[in-house]
Design a binder for this molecule. Structure first.
Ligand code: TRP
Length: 334
């Protein structure tokens, strides 16, 4: 039997090239080898967007289109909308008994997010305990493996703790998941900052049109010490070359550009134009698929319904076993 994997995203805006190299590309590959579930974590998104439900709602549709347009194949991957699977919320309530408040607040990912978001003294309780709801996501679907970036490792650690505690208290019911860490370094922003992020305005989105991508690429940061094309330039750590390495399939062209850049024999414009062509080669089929799905809302709805149905099937079976183990499955009502 194929091993099962679960990944997920909080719906909060459009996906960009950072997501593409960080996780989407990987998911498209993994779906051939594993039984893959992808969770649209709208309940989790509400833990820090409870005051902006419209944004979460709109992002769900956006996220599905992003998934389908990169080639996540609904025949191979089950796309599940979290809020439509109530078993997850129910499992969360039960798991909350198995975790101390201080332990969730010590979770490094949660801790740094709390600082970033500046909640101060009023951390929403729902946000503070979201690692427990993530443990419910992972165990509800019986995931063997969870492919995540570095920042999510503490989440999986916490899930494993909950699973061990549950199983030792109530019997071996839950599967202890393993982390599958991708070997994809985080993609820098077009401005060279450590990561692409909406708030920094340094993203190239999968749904950007050609014109927009061109503008963004042509205004990318390069070697700040190189003033003229005849100056010798540095390739290492240079955002334009980081992107060439990430997106340009033509390795010979990259080598040639790097050599000439180092020697002061190529202008930024040529380097960027070639990068634009390479990125367009990736984005063109993505745009085509998006267009197809955008014009067939019924098909997208069918895919989502099917995913939710399958998700409920699997998660409610886990819930049934959990309740039985916890002695809260009663026979007096059939
Ligand atoms: N916490 C993840 C993020 O912020 C999203 C997520 C929710 C997730 N549930 C998950 C990831 C389960 C992996 C498995 O990106």
């Amino acid at each position: 039997m194929k091993k099962r994997i679960l990944t997920g995203d909080r719906p909060s805006g459009r996906l960009h090239l950072g997501h593409f190299v960080g996780s989407l590309q990987n998911r498209v590959k993994l779906q051939d080898e594993y039984e893959q579930f992808v969770l649209i974590a709208d309940v989790q998104a509400l833990t820090d967007n409870y005051d902006n439900p419209e944004k979460v709602r709109n992002s769900v549709k956006e996220l599905v289109l992003d998934y389908l347009s990169v080639g996540i194949d609904p025949q191979k991957t089950t796309i599940v909308v979290q809020s439509m699977v109530p078993a997850i919320a129910e499992l969360t309530v039960y798991y909350l008994n198995l975790v101390s408040l201080s332990r969730v607040l010590r979770n490094p990912t949660v801790k740094s997010e709390i600082e970033q978001k500046g909640f101060g003294e009023s951390i929403p309780a729902g946000f503070a305990i979201y690692p427990v709801s993530q443990a419910a996501d992972i165990t509800a679907f019986g995931a063997d493996l969870v492919p995540v970036g570095e920042d999510q490792i503490p989440m999986i650690e916490q899930t494993r703790e909950i699973v061990r505690k549950f199983n030792s208290l109530y019997g071996e019911v839950l599967k202890e998941p393993e982390v599958l860490v991708g070997n994809f370094p985080r993609l820098v922003g077009t401005d060279g900052k450590a990561k692409m992020s909406k708030s920094l305005g340094n993203c190239i989105y999968l749904s950007d049109d050609s014109e927009t991508v061109k503008k963004k690429v042509m205004s990318m940061f390069t070697d700040p010490n190189r003033l003229k094309p005849t100056d010798k330039g540095t390739v290492e750590g240079n955002p334009v070359f980081i992107y060439h390495d990430a997106f340009n399939e033509n390795l010979g062209e990259i080598e040639d550009l790097k050599n000439r850049y180092r020697e002061g024999q190529v202008g930024d414009v040529e380097v960027k134009q070639k990068l634009f062509v390479a990125i367009e080669k990736i984005l063109t089929p993505i745009r085509e698929r998006r267009k197809r799905y955008e014009s067939d809302e019924e098909e997208v709805n069918r895919i989502l319904s099917k995913g939710v149905m399958r998700g409920n099937e699997v998660a409610s079976e886990t819930l049934r076993k959990v309740k039985q183990a916890m002695k809260i499955s009663y026979e007096f009502i059939k």
